[in-house]
Design a protein around this ligand. Sequence first.
Ligand SMILES: NC(=O)c1ccc[n+]([C@@H]2O[C@H](COP(=O)([O-])OP(=O)(O)OC[C@H]3O[C@@H](n4cnc5c(N)ncnc54)[C@H](OP(=O)(O)O)[C@@H]3O)[C@@H](O)[C@H]2O)c1
Length: 223
Amino acid sequence: MAKVVLITGGSSGIGKALVSELRSRGCKVASAARSHKDKVEESLLTIKADITRAEGIEKLVDKTLDAFGRIDVLINNSGIILEGPFEKHTDEEIEEIFNINVLAHLKLTSRVYPLMLKQKGGHIINIVSTNALMGRKNFTLYGASKFAMRGFSEALNAEARGKGIKVTAVYPGGVQTGLFDKMGKPDEYSVFLRPEDIAKPVADLILSDSKGCPSTLVINKMA
Ligand SMILES: NC(=O)c1ccc[n+]([C@@H]2O[C@H](COP(=O)([O-])OP(=O)(O)OC[C@H]3O[C@@H](n4cnc5c(N)ncnc54)[C@H](OP(=O)(O)O)[C@@H]3O)[C@@H](O)[C@H]2O)c1
């Protein structure tokens, strides 16, 4: 049976590459983004939703269940990045980055995880960052939000795996995406990975029929 995957942020970058890779490998995919139009095709449901809003989360879960009947895989992928010395950040920026990168995904997972418990199976994948493995200068807010998602993934994995639910935290290094549109491209941008370099190994994990599952996947460039 085709796996049903719900992904946040499928309109761009890593999320867009995952949508395309998973569809090409037979999955049914529901993607949420603010820039999407509400539209359904045979294997793709796009949902216009802001996942920082409660109604956005309700809409994407309800529409996915209406269209595809269940959710086998949840990919918490949406995110933003902010750069700068810590003393320059405002309270609004602190709230904005935690709302998108952390709170929205905790709230969405709290809606989807009980469905997976009822199904006695499922896979939750959090797209984190190598910024959750080591703190970096001028990325305090981004790093803090990603360390929070690392903590969530590790603790949920400990809780969920005995109940048949897989949890994987993915830690990509730099990837060429729209994430850097507002802050400007980092110096090393030209040697960053392509979104497909993340999408393929993540799709391999999702489609594996192994009873075991890596709880962490670090994807760095080869040189
Ligand atoms: N690029 C990298 O170097 C890199 C490295 C490690 C980890 N990551 C992580 O990978 C994930 C994907 O980022 P990306 O690099 O692919 O960036 P991207 O191209 O900017 O994509 C971000 C996605 O998040 C969506 N999004 C943002 N705010 C949203 C909201 N409030 N509600 C719904 N969707 C929202 C955007 O769609 P709309 O704007 O249409 O809403 C877009 O589809 C992020 O969690 C990022 O931290 C990226």
